[in-house]
Ligand binder design. Structure first.
Ligand SMILES: [Zn+2]
Ligand SMILES: [Zn+2]
Length: 354
């Protein structure tokens, strides 16, 4: 067994847009934990929010490590770990349910009362705690690059969302939002046999959506009335069977509902700011018998499914990774995200060139 590294480079969040690269001790490894040397960590909208706000209300208080989409090689396992060993390439989900609470017993593990989250992907090493080791640490197929494997977590959220969609092959689905999640939602809805419309505002991303099997794209910047533009793509302007919001803005939640046909469903995938409200027309909800569906996070089942989808290339994960940067340039990655120049940036902590 190789010796445990004592210290590592890690990006430490100190406050709004304030991150420094520091040498910190490698966290202690418990006897049921696994130490992963991170090969790649991808940026995500949530990380950008955390970076800009300098904290996360539920899980990150500065100074702190952060980042949650990671993949790498096992550097060491705790003395009581049997199913993993040093040298295995793995991807970890950023959370694990308890499988004891009311919601876990109701088969709603994403709503677990005691969901354990891990952070610290923007570092050379991460300690994966027992519960994640037991439920949500998966071995990678040899051919799958670590950077692509990092998409397992967000893709698991996407697949979980689509399982809540009352959607049949041939149905029309609109996805509002051309971020990585919107593109994955659109691609996976198309893969499941829906006719998909994607609404966004970046021509390059709308082009990528077409590569992903999306039938029609609408550029917000080019239409006066987005709702009318979407309805015009349905028979008799009746509206779509399922409309998904993947932006996280109250006004888009509202337009998403307005795109749905009678008896159809609106799904809210994008999380809005904490203190926001939305307004819906009660008559439309009542007489048109609409279903409004919130959705949060993923489940261990969907984590496995996501890795399978990436490994079998049903989704071209590599196409979503537009940039690759060493850990020392993490702030640049967030600048690229904020200006929407990047979809996902793969941060490579092992890469030394700064
Ligand atoms: Zn994420
Ligand atoms: Zn639970």
């Amino acid at each position: 067994m190789s010796t445990t590294p004592q210290s590592m480079q890690a990006a430490i969040l100190h406050g709004p847009s304030h991150v420094t690269l520091e040498t910190v001790p490698v966290p202690p490894l418990g006897e049921t934990d696994v130490l992963v040397q991170i090969e790649a960590a991808t940026t995500c909208g949530t990380d950008l929010k955390v970076f800009l706000q300098g904290r996360h209300a539920r899980m990150i208080t500065p100074p702190s490590v952060f980042g949650h989409e990671f993949s790498g090689t096992i550097a060491q396992v705790g003395t009581r770990v049997r199913q993993f060993h040093e040298g295995m390439r793995v991807v970890g989900n950023n959370s694990a349910p308890c499988y004891r609470c009311y919601y876990c017993r109701r088969n709603l593990p994403n709503l677990c009362d005691d969901l354990l989250f891990i952070n610290g992907a923007y570092a050379e090493y991460i300690v994966v705690p027992e519960r994640v080791v037991q439920t949500n640490l998966l071995v990678l197929p040899d051919a799958l690059p670590c950077a692509v494997a990092c998409l397992t977590e967000p893709l698991a959220c996407v697949l979980h969302c689509l399982d809540l969609a009352k959607m049949h092959p041939g149905d029309t689905v609109v996805v509002n939002g051309d971020g990585p999640s919107g593109l994955m939602l659109a691609a996976m809805a198309a893969w499941r046999g829906a006719r998909v419309i994607l609404c966004g505002r970046a021509p390059q991303r709308l082009g990528l959506a077409k590569q992903f099997g999306v039938d029609a794209v609408i550029n917000y910047a080019e239409v006066l009335d987005q709702v009318a533009a979407v309805r015009a793509l349905t028979e008799g302007h009746r509206g779509v069977d399922v409309a998904i919001e993947a932006v996280g803005r109250p006004e888009v939640w509202e337009t998403t509902v307005a795109m749905v046909r009678k008896g159809g469903q609106a799904i809210f995938y994008g999380g809005c700011q904490g203190d926001t409200q939305v307004r819906f027309d009660t008559h439309a909800l009542h007489y048109d018998q609409l279903t409004l569906q919130g959705v949060f996070h993923n489940t261990p089942y969907h984590v496995r499914l996501a890795l399978d989808v990436l490994a079998s290339k049903h989704l071209d994960g590599a196409a979503l990774i537009t940039n690759t940067l060493p850990l020392a340039r993490l702030c640049e990655a967030f600048a690229l995200m904020r200006t929407r120049q990047a979809l996902k940036v793969a941060i490579l902590p092992g890469s030394q060139h700064a």
